[in-house]
Design a protein around this ligand. Structure first.
Ligand SMILES: Nc1ncnc2c1ncn2[C@@H]1O[C@H](COP(=O)(O)OP(=O)(O)OP(=O)(O)O)[C@@H](O)[C@H]1O
Ligand SMILES: [Mg+2]
Length: 285
């Protein structure tokens, strides 16, 4: 295990380019992560960035459903050594590259070492190709989710104004801060009734964080509860393309603008580094 981790680190040291790797996550399930990840990825494509969207909600992968795609192969085929990474990446709308979640693989630590190394080597080629890697993760603080969240260069936490969602977001943020005190965390409030309500949610969360954890997160925007988004989901289309002038589409573009507008110091991590951090995390458990 140790030798292998060493080998992976050498691979990471060789790489020369860093993508921004943003993990979209939440404490509570069903708060809009997959929709936000997919539409944000598309908004970044519209702005001319090179983006890959990776579904790492391994048990319940559904990025492809939100995008209305039916890929034949997924990460599971790569992990099982049946397909190469290149063979499973498909092109979605606006040139967005999509890597669908693997069915049948819930934990990278279960992969045999040689397989993982082959996988990480193939990821290395991708490092030079993308400005943004957007990860759609599962909800909660299970290790299979945290391994991806803590390895990303940035974390976008989604909550809704529901008290249970806020409480779970707080629980997740506390764990993120304990494990990774310098993590760059963005907060998005989804399904709000008004901008004021969203802001009140962000303020509440930050005041509790400040009091108990002495830390605050960066509130970067809201998306209102909107029937057009729900309609787009049932039509299996991303709202940004189905209803470009809907409020939610405009909010998602605004959030993409905030993310690209800010200067973020990205550690030279890249996709290869990201997956070896995931692996390190799981090996230490
Ligand atoms: N802003 C919104 N307005 C209206 N409905 C929304 C909005 N955001 C999300 N939804 C609804 O919530 C549902 C869940 O969204 P989504 O699948 O993106 O959540 P999730 O956090 O990824 O869920 P999971 O934890 O199961 O992965 C969607 O099917 C959609 O109908
Ligand atoms: Mg989801």
């Amino acid at each position: 295990m140790k030798d292998q981790a060493e080998g992976l680190r050498k691979l990471v040291d060789k790489q020369d380019r860093a993508s921004r790797i943003i993990a979209v996550t939440s404490g509570k399930g069903g708060v809009g992560k997959t929709n936000i990840a997919a539409n944000l990825a598309l908004a970044l494509c519209q702005m001319g960035h090179r983006v890959v969207l990776i579904d790492v909600d391994l048990g319940l992968a559904n990025v492809d459903i939100v995008l209305g795609m039916t890929p034949t192969f997924d990460l599971g085929h790569v992990f099982r050594g049946e397909k190469t990474l290149r063979e499973v990446i498909v092109e979605g709308p606006l040139g967005l590259k999509v890597l669908s979640g693997g069915s049948g693989v819930t934990d990278l630590a279960n992969l045999n070492g040689w397989r993982l190394e082959v996988f990480i080597k193939s990821l290395e080629q991708l490092n030079r190709e993308f400005d943004f890697v957007i990860l759609d993760t599962g909800a909660g603080i299970h290790r299979s989710v945290l391994s991806f969240v803590l390895a990303a260069t940035e974390i976008l936490v989604v909550t809704t104004p529901e008290p249970t969602a806020i409480t779970d977001a707080y629980g997740l943020l506390k764990v993120i801060h304990q494990r990774s005190p310098h993590a760059k965390v963005h907060l998005v409030v989804n399904m709000a009734k008004s901008p004021n309500e969203a802001e009140a949610v962000a303020d509440k969360l930050n005041s509790v964080l400040l009091e108990y954890v002495k830390w605050e997160v960066d509130y970067i925007g809201y998306i209102l509860q909107e029937s057009q988004l729900a309609k787009a989901v049932s039509d299996q289309q991303p709202v940004l393309l189905a209803f470009p002038s809907a409020m939610s589409s405009r909010s998602l573009k605004r959030i993409a603008g905030v993310l690209t507008g800010e200067k973020v110091q990205v550690a030279p991590l890249g996709i290869t580094g990201f997956f070896s951090k995931v692996y390190d995390f799981l090996s230490m458990q």
